[in-house]
Design a protein around this ligand. Structure first.
Ligand code: MN
Length: 296
């Protein structure tokens, strides 16, 4: 039961790689390395239908799936304030309307792609946000309900990605425990997205966090504890893969390593090779475990 791997294309920008400018050679290289898919930017007002058609057409020809589209939430990434937890109704509406447009875009694909939602304030108030957590939670849950009610009949999966306190709200929606509790409350198919970098900062051990996410885990952003390629930090990868087997994870692991180091080609080839090696080790371990069981 091998995992499926993808690449978040916009993260490659830190190495000067722009899929919207030269899609052919970039996507060909990703396919050659053995990736199953790519996570494409969700910017329905900025990327033209012709650009989407070109990139998605090349993906299709190469056999690359699009398991997720990446919504931009931070102002540096989005170029505008998109705050699903805002108490200002006008601000919150901008973010909800953007997400609904992304749902329409995703629903137009051959297979609808997952969209991630999260809560990012335009102003970071580290070490603790001044807005009561209860208020932020109510606002965010309201947005999530509106988005999921729109996405569910269109077959578009939505998942909450908790963001660490230095990039998101300091104190709200930083952990998988919080994300899972909102997903449980909202229902409507809402799941969670686990980014190993954020989780390593805000949750317990990654393997334990995977068990907390459980059947609500829809997608993974792949990096080590230092946000660099897997194997260069201190995540316990064998335990992580064992936990993913234990919950029978069927989604994708998408490389989300920023800034790209040492260069995009090395990052992508080493990431997938390392993970496939760990998968093999775990398979051997699990077959030894099975032999040791009584009655074998
Ligand atoms: Mn991420």
């Amino acid at each position: 039961m091998a995992f499926k791997y993808s690449v978040i294309l916009c993260t490659l920008a830190t190495d000067g790689i722009d899929v919207w400018k030269t899609p052919g050679p970039i996507l060909e290289h990703i396919a050659e390395l053995g990736y199953d898919g790519v996570d494409v930017d969700a910017e329905p007002d900025k990327i033209t239908p012709a650009q989407y058609e070109q990139v998605l057409g090349i993906c299709k020809a190469l056999g690359l799936k699009v398991p997720a589209m990446i919504c931009a939430w931070a102002e540096w990434h989005a170029g505008e304030e998109r705050n699903l937890a805002s108490s200002d109704e006008a601000v919150r509406k901008v973010a909800v309307d953007y997400t609904k447009k992304c749902v329409d875009l995703s629903a137009s694909l051959d297979e609808p792609a997952l969209l991630e939602i999260d809560a990012v304030a335009s102003e970071i108030e580290y070490p603790a946000t001044k807005i009561p957590i209860k208020v932020l939670r109510e606002n965010f849950a309201k947005s999530a309900r509106e988005i999921c009610a729109y996405a569910e009949p269109r077959g578009v999966p939505i998942a909450i990605e908790p963001i660490n306190r230095f990039e998101g709200y300091a104190g709200f929606l930083n952990s998988i425990v919080e994300a899972r509790s909102i997903a449980d409350e909202v229902g409507l198919g809402l799941g969670v997205l686990l980014d190993f970098f954020h989780v390593n900062i805000e949750d317990g051990p990654v393997a334990e966090t995977i068990r907390v996410a459980g059947e609500k885990l829809r997608h993974i952003h792949l990096a080590d504890s230092n946000r660099q390629l897997p194997g260069t930090g201190h995540i316990d990868w064998v335990e992580t893969v064992r936990a993913l087997h234990a919950i029978d994870f069927k989604g994708y692991l998408s490389v989300d390593s920023v800034p790209v180091k040492p260069d995009w080609k090395t990052l992508l080839s080493e990431s997938i090779d390392f993970m496939k090696n760990i998968e093999q080790i775990v398979e051997v371990q699990e077959s030894i475990d099975a032999q040791m069981r009584p009655g074998h």
